[in-house]
Design a protein around this ligand. Structure first.
Ligand code: PLP
Length: 396
């Protein structure tokens, strides 16, 4: 079976983890700050806060931006549930902005329209979380313009996008956002097994996230609200969590970071080869890519023309039966039973639903070979042609 995604672990990664195992600190040691500094440098961000997952990073990012029970957070349906759950963790309400079907990313026109309605209704969002789907950046410049106009904060969910660029600046630079979040889950671009990071140019936000990832506790003498009781003294200032990353995970992440540019370059080459192979194939369209960005290509997604639920299910099921582990990203979040219980109904974001029933994620990872890509493309083409034959035969 060709998987849809797969981590690349080199000897240097193994050595880095073993070195930490043999050191004095398995957690709260020197490697986490080293990893943070390296990511901050890579993204040209002033601050980076490592946590145990992107889900945790999204949670502390929302809290740092004062998301509470009275807040309203908007994100897109075409994402992993964590992009919306982070708002609910804070007791806030969540709502969804529809996507652009061709790219799978937030549709700026839909956002502008929804903001105008929200303005008229007197219920503007406090935070908007665009998701850089499949590794391609949203139109952040346009989103930032709306953020100024309607006064909301922006968290980039860049779980798919570390190593990508927007307007020739690294994703995570936060030119157009308050905080940007990365995931280091093994299917993503680089991995720390589990892990995430929030980067920002704002020192106060970084400090709040740092406190929240470790119980809301500080021992920093400049932050104490009363005289220290002695060298053991610390204070709890907020209700935080244990969201810390361990040094073992950070060592893996730091070692992977040195290979990030190579991973992304390879992913781009493989995506281009798929694009070339599919250029001849009618009815199979790769995701649209915009010119002002360099995708990290977390996922390679194609859309099937005139797709129906039956055809979509047939293709993904048969691809898997024939050794190609195709996947679908994503079931619109609000269609999840948990979200439907909160009142969301099918039909709410039509482009996200149409996209969902036509999109197939094909295998993409740095060690994917040319013959495997050939097999993926040939299998999909054969299935499409089989389907067309049986379905035209019925009609005749
Ligand atoms: C993977 C992912 C997350 C969650 O990442 P974890 O590190 O597994 O918590 C959040 N948002 C998106 C878009 C993701 O793909």
């Amino acid at each position: 079976m060709i998987p849809y995604g797969k981590q690349s672990i080199a000897q240097q990664d193994i050595d880095a983890v073993v070195a930490v195992l043999q050191s004095d600190f398995l957690t709260q040691g020197p490697v986490v700050p080293q990893f943070e500094q390296a990511v901050a440098r890579y993204c040209q961000a002033s601050h980076a806060v490592a946590v145990n997952s992107a889900t945790s990073a999204l949670h502390v990012a929302c809290m740092a931006l004062d998301v509470t029970q009275n807040s309203l957070v908007w994100t897109v349906p075409n994402s992993f549930v964590a992009s919306a759950n982070c708002a609910l963790y804070c007791g806030a309400s969540v709502d969804f902005v529809d996507i652009d079907e061709a790219s799978g990313n937030l549709c700026v026109g839909a956002l502008a329209e929804k903001l105008q309605h929200a303005y008229e209704a007197g219920r503007l969002p406090d935070v908007v979380i665009p998701v850089h789907f499949a590794g391609q950046c949203c139109d952040m410049q346009a989103i930032a313009k709306l953020a100024r106009q309607y006064d909301f904060k922006v968290i980039e969910d860049a779980s798919h996008a570390i190593g990508g660029r927007y307007q020739n600046t690294p994703v995570g630079h936060c030119d157009y956002s308050d905080i940007c979040v990365f995931s280091f889950h093994p299917v993503k671009i680089i991995t720390s097994a589990e892990g995430g990071m929030a980067v920002t140019q704002n020192e106060a936000l970084a400090q709040r996230m740092r406190s929240l990832r470790s119980h809301g506790i500080t021992a920093d003498p400049t932050l104490l609200t009363e005289p220290s009781h002695g060298p053991w003294y610390y204070q709890q200032h907020a209700l935080g969590f244990n969201y810390r990353m361990t040094d073992l995970h950070a060592a893996l992440g730091l070692s992977q970071l040195t290979q990030l540019d190579q991973f992304v370059a390879t992913r781009n080459q493989l995506a281009q080869r798929y694009d070339t192979l599919f250029a001849e194939v009618e009815g199979v369209t790769p995701l649209a890519q915009s010119d002002d960005q360099y995708s990290a290509y977390h996922l390679y997604v194609v859309r099937i023309a005139h797709s129906t639920r039956q055809l979509h299910e047939y293709l993904v099921t048969q691809l898997r039966a024939q050794g190609v582990f195709a996947h679908v990203h994503y079931i619109p979040i609000y269609l999840q039973p948990y979200y439907q219980k909160q009142g969301f109904k099918p039909g709410y974001c039509p482009a996200s639903e149409a996209y969902y029933h036509s999109a197939i994620t094909l295998p993409l990872f740095p060690s994917l070979t040319a013959p495997q890509q050939q097999q993926v493309v040939e299998t999909l083409c054969q299935l499409l042609s089989d389907w067309q034959h049986t379905h035209t035969a019925h009609k005749e």
